[in-house]
Design a protein around this ligand. Structure first.
Ligand code: ADP
Length: 719
């Protein structure tokens, strides 16, 4: 008898076994429908094996689906990713089937000729229609447009039976990219980088590179050239370009379309479901060469992935923390290894992990030292707020206001950067000092003036701004404390009433289309002052932007996260890097109360190496990543006592292990979310310890009740 192990999208550790009916031929990767309880579920065959004797208890595979099989490399990757992240393999496999959960796009109604039939009255217009149509099938609208006639002419031909209407499944066509469509003239550093990468793809086998270049040095141009060379050598090769945020995809899609004369496929949460199915099918069939996407695009069924690019590789948004917990950059490297492909990690501020790998020689290190062309890096200065503080209830200091005035006078643009959405981060009562918090979550409510609501940024809970203090009941005593982008915009508007201002944050720019519109307005010079969170701080090129003002450079440095310094350095480098990207020199002014903080001093001195040396040394001294590895076990549940019990039980059965320590249990950094208590145990291990093996052995020792959720975060981004 033949037995198939089938991965089903459920939170269990194992594949499910089914009998393969006599007449059915199944192979690894095939998609099947299998019975589970009363339901039929979609699953992927992980393995088919022969067993002696019969196992009556096994149910049989119901049906082999006609959907294309998941390619071997994709399935290997899914299984590896499940093991690495300690996630249920079926749920990981579900990532690879995501595109198929959507209905196929509705078939299109098109018209075509009925045999050789001729119209009874062959007018000039009718003849043009038939010529324009030829042997093809087109929609009536497209046909009328192509022939330059009214739709009535087409309709007349249909009524007469010369044309017929047929339903045709909409198949997405991806024009093949043309590597020679519009090549860029590369500078020598760019050419060398592109050559190294394309030599690796030509040679085949796994290889990895860090593409390390300051903002505006032309990394994108360099990797697009590597893509071109890869496709020139092998027009069937597939390339995946990952970006940390959807807002960045539009820029890149335009650049790719210009460079290759064909649009790439897009894959992220903003893509309409029927379109996703089309992309999935085109990728699986090898009909699509270039995909630009968010981290979930890693799970697409590429049969021939030759090159992966992770742009802004340092970005924390690559880490997915809801549901399956994984780091898109790390999995991209793994996928490259499994597919025997080349991976390029690009950044102006690489993560310490990636720099460490480059230093160890595991990654080739490609450096672009200067900004391309005449553009120079902005002049970065710290504004010491102790010397020149803003006025009461203002956030812009006199020197920053002066610089803004000069910039606007010169007809140039200003970006004010503050990584805080909304109007004010805290609302408190003047009478009793109560701070308004979310009802079921450990976080302060953020005031949003555009919507007039108080919002919890963790859960999305929101409520109208109350008139009375919920604690003491006093009326009209609530005050907004501190600035968010909306409040800074308000200040900028009152300072420069003639300037055109806008806010760029995930509230004002909820989707890719809104991002595109705002970026276009900025590029066209329709905005003078843009007040932005990190949503606009990265990646974009605004040629007329010459002043970046960082409203609160100390913001990210507060708080206990050990990655705070690294993250702040990266974010501020990106934000200040928006200034002076074309031929106009730019400058950046950073408002700070702590101008002697090492991160800020390194930024002002433009000395990335100094920062990295200092930060690496600290991490090494504490054996923290990249010098050691971490994993977090998070326990959560509404029943706080049950959560405590499981945490205690785990702490009591820690297996013996060398060069590894377990800390906790303690409150997780977010101790209460949506009414759920959260506890954390943190594991630190030397790099050569089998961390996953340890975790598996440990976690198998405790049975977790259904009321408590246990999630494992291997290599957590925040620690
Ligand atoms: P990065 O990705 O490093 O931030 P980009 O590739 O976006 O840099 O390049 C910055 C700017 O310089 C862009 O406007 C880009 O079009 C331009 N640029 C880069 N390289 C070239 C080149 N070889 N020829 C012409 N323009 C270039």
């Amino acid at each position: 008898m033949k037995v198939a192990s089938v991965l089903i999208p459920l939170p269990v550790d194992e594949a499910f076994d089914y009998e393969v009916p006599e007449a059915m031929v199944l192979a690894r990767g095939d998609q099947v429908a299998v019975p589970l309880g009363p339901r039929l579920m979609r699953g992927v065959v992980a393995e088919v094996r022969e067993t002696t004797g019969s196992n009556r208890r096994l149910k049989a595979v119901e049906q082999r689906l006609t959907d294309p099989p998941v390619p071997g490399g994709t399935l290997d990757f899914v299984e590896w990713a499940a093991r690495w992240t300690l996630s249920p393999p079926g749920e990981m496999a579900a990532m690879a089937l995501k595109g198929l959960r959507n209905p196929a796009p509705r078939p299109e109604r098109r018209v075509r000729r009925v045999g050789e039939r001729q119209p009874a009255r062959p007018t000039a217009a009718r003849t043009t229609v038939l010529e324009a149509l030829g042997e093809r099938a087109m929609t009536a609208v497209d046909l009328a447009r192509a022939a330059g006639v009214s739709s009535g002419v087409v309709k007349g031909l249909i009524d007469e039976g010369v044309l017929e209407v047929v339903e045709i499944a909409a198949v997405a066509a991806f024009d093949p990219p043309n590597p020679d469509h519009r090549p860029a003239e590369l500078n020598p550093d760019q050419a060398a980088a592109a050559e190294s990468v394309s030599a690796a793809t030509a040679k085949g086998g796994y290889s990895a590179f860090l593409l390390d270049g300051v903002t505006g040095s032309g990394k994108t141009e360099a990797y697009l050239e590597a893509v071109a060379r890869t496709l020139r050598a092998d027009p069937t090769a597939q390339v995946l370009i990952l970006l940390p945020e959807i807002a960045l995809t539009q820029d890149l899609i335009v650049r790719i379309t210009t460079r290759f004369g064909a649009a790439p496929a897009e894959w992220h949460s903003g893509v309409a479901p029927p379109r996703r199915r089309q992309v999935w099918e085109a990728v699986a069939a090898g009909r699509c060469n270039i995909v630009v996407g968010a981290r979930s695009a890693l799970f697409l069924p590429f049969p021939k992935l030759r090159l992966l690019i992770v742009d802004e590789e340092h970005d924390g948004s690559f880490k997915q923390e809801d549901g399956l917990v994984y780091h898109g950059r790390d999995l991209a490297v793994a996928r490259a290894r499994i597919e025997e492909a080349t991976v390029v990690l690009a950044s102006a501020t690489p993560s310490l992990e990636t720099l460490w790998n480059a230093r160890q020689g595991r990654y080739g290190w490609l450096k672009l030292g200067r900004r391309h062309g005449a553009a120079t890096l902005p002049d970065i200065r710290l504004l010491d707020l102790r010397e020149a503080p803003p006025e009461r209830d203002q956030w812009l200091s006199p020197p920053l206001k002066e610089a803004m005035a000069e910039t606007l006078q010169a007809g140039e643009q200003v970006l004010l950067f503050l990584n805080r959405r909304g109007y004010a981060p805290v609302v408190l009562c003047r009478a009793c000092g109560h701070r308004l918090t979310a009802p079921d979550t450990d976080s302060w409510l953020v005031e949003h003036r555009y919507t007039g609501r108080l919002v919890c940024h963790l859960t999305g809970f929101s409520t109208p701004r109350p008139k009375h203090c919920p604690a003491c009941g006093a009326e009209d005593t609530l005050v907004s404390v501190g600035p968010g982008v909306e409040r800074v915009e308000e200040e900028a508007r009152s300072l420069f009433p003639d300037a055109r201002t806008a806010v760029f944050s995930s509230d004002t720019v909820p989707d890719a289309r809104a991002a595109r519109a705002l970026i276009q307005r900025m590029t066209d010079g329709e905005i003078d002052i843009l007040v932005a969170t990190q949503a606009a701080a990265k990646g974009h090129n605004f040629p007329r932007l010459t002043l970046v003002g960082v409203v609160d450079a100390d913001l990210g440095l507060r708080g206990g996260d050990l990655r705070a310094a690294e993250r702040t350095f990266q974010l501020l480098t990106q934000a200040t890097g928006r200034a002076g990207r074309a031929d106009r020199p730019g400058r950046a002014l950073l408002q700070t109360w702590t101008p002697d903080h090492p991160v800020l001093m390194a930024l002002a001195a433009g000395d990335r190496d100094a920062f990295i040396e200092a930060e690496m040394a600290e991490r090494e001294a504490a054996s923290l990543p990249p010098h050691g590895r971490l994993a977090a076990i998070i326990l959560s549940g509404e029943d706080a006592a049950a959560v405590e019990r499981v945490a205690g039980a785990l702490a009591a059965v820690i297996p013996n292990a060398e060069r590894l320590e377990v800390y906790g249990p303690a409150d997780a950094p977010l101790a209460l979310v949506r009414g759920r208590r959260r506890k954390r145990l943190l594991v630190r291990a030397d790099r050569d310890v089998d961390l996953q093996g340890f975790l598996r052995a440990w976690l198998s020792r405790v049975k977790v009740p259904g009321s408590v959720r246990l999630s494992v975060d291997v290599d957590p981004y925040s620690f």
